[in-house]
Design a protein around this ligand. Structure first.
Ligand code: ADP
Ligand code: MG
Length: 260
């Protein structure tokens, strides 16, 4: 009992931090003079699925990249799975082990096979034996429905297949939270569905997900909440139903009119 309390207190003094997957409290960020995130307040519960949309340049990527410290915030607090992100490198590593990220441009290593892409981090970061890492990789490649591609190189796969490899690769690290940054926007239209289907199945299994996407069908299908960002702020946050039926802000209405 005492140990638990102490551990919690040293990790974070914020109430219920241990319940939430992500807490952003009064977060600000600047790129030089440019104020890119302005007072972001967001709590994501475990198992919650959040979709983030908004115009290009509104700060969506920056916001989710702050969650695994690919970008550094300058003001406010970010607490991920009970660990507050500070300059402490050990904590950053701790957080990154639990947070998977999938980017628009897959970011696979072109000179490694699909299987090697998936086993690299488990072997080198988690010190997992190669055989075990390969078994786990095959399990996830099967789950994203491309086990037969394991020995090919990324360049031999379609964009949709490469993105599914990127998702499988993240899952091999057994993350508690998955961040997606426009995972389908670089894909040819016929490949979007196969990637979204993979994301839907992940959502149905209870993964905590923050997804930047303009796929509003996906938002309707799986999101617990939809966030609209503009000029570095969260302008609106609501259930998909309320968000699409009855947007509260003029900027949200204008945005939805453009993309729906
Ligand atoms: P979004 O993902 O919503 O398109 P971003 O978070 O990528 O928005 O970018 C928000 C703003 O910050 C944009 O105006 C962009 O040009 C700027 N920006 C992004 N990254 C950097 C950077 N590394 N240095 C300076 N400005 C940046
Ligand atoms: Mg972006």
């Amino acid at each position: 009992m005492t140990t638990t309390t102490t551990a919690r207190q040293t990790r974070s003094s914020v109430d219920s931090a241990s319940e939430a997957a992500v807490q952003m409290i009064g977060v600000h960020k600047w790129y030089g003079e440019f104020h890119v995130l302005r007072d972001i307040n967001l709590t994501v519960q475990r198992g919650e699925r959040i979709v983030i949309c908004g115009p290009s340049g509104s700060g969506k990527s920056t916001m989710i990249r702050c969650i695994n410290r690919l970008e550094e915030h300058q003001k406010g607090r970010i607490i991920v799975n009970g660990t507050e992100l500070t300059g402490d490198l050990k904590r950053i590593d701790e957080v990154r082990r639990d947070v998977g990220m999938v980017f628009q441009h897959f970011n696979l290593f072109p000179h490694l096979t699909i299987l090697e892409n998936c086993t690299l981090a488990p072997i080198w970061v988690k010190k997992m034996p190669k055989k075990e890492a390969e078994e786990i990789a095959m399990k996830y490649l099967t789950r994203v429905k491309i086990p037969e591609q394991a020995n090919k190189y990324p360049g031999q796969l379609s964009g949709g297949q490469q993105q599914r490899v990127a998702i499988a690769r993240s899952l091999c690290m057994n993350p508690k939270i998955m961040l997606f940054d426009e995972p389908t926007s670089a894909l040819d239209p016929e490949m979007v569905k196969e990637v979204l289907d993979t994301m839907v199945s992940l959502a149905e299994e209870g993964m905590t997900m923050l997804c930047v996407t303009h796929e509003m069908g996906f938002a309707r299908q799986v999101a617990d909440r939809v966030i609209f960002m503009d000029y570095g702020q969260i302008v609106e946050m609501n259930t998909p139903d309320a968000f699409f039926k009855n947007p509260q802000h003029e900027r949200t209405r204008q945005f939805l009119a453009q993309i729906l």
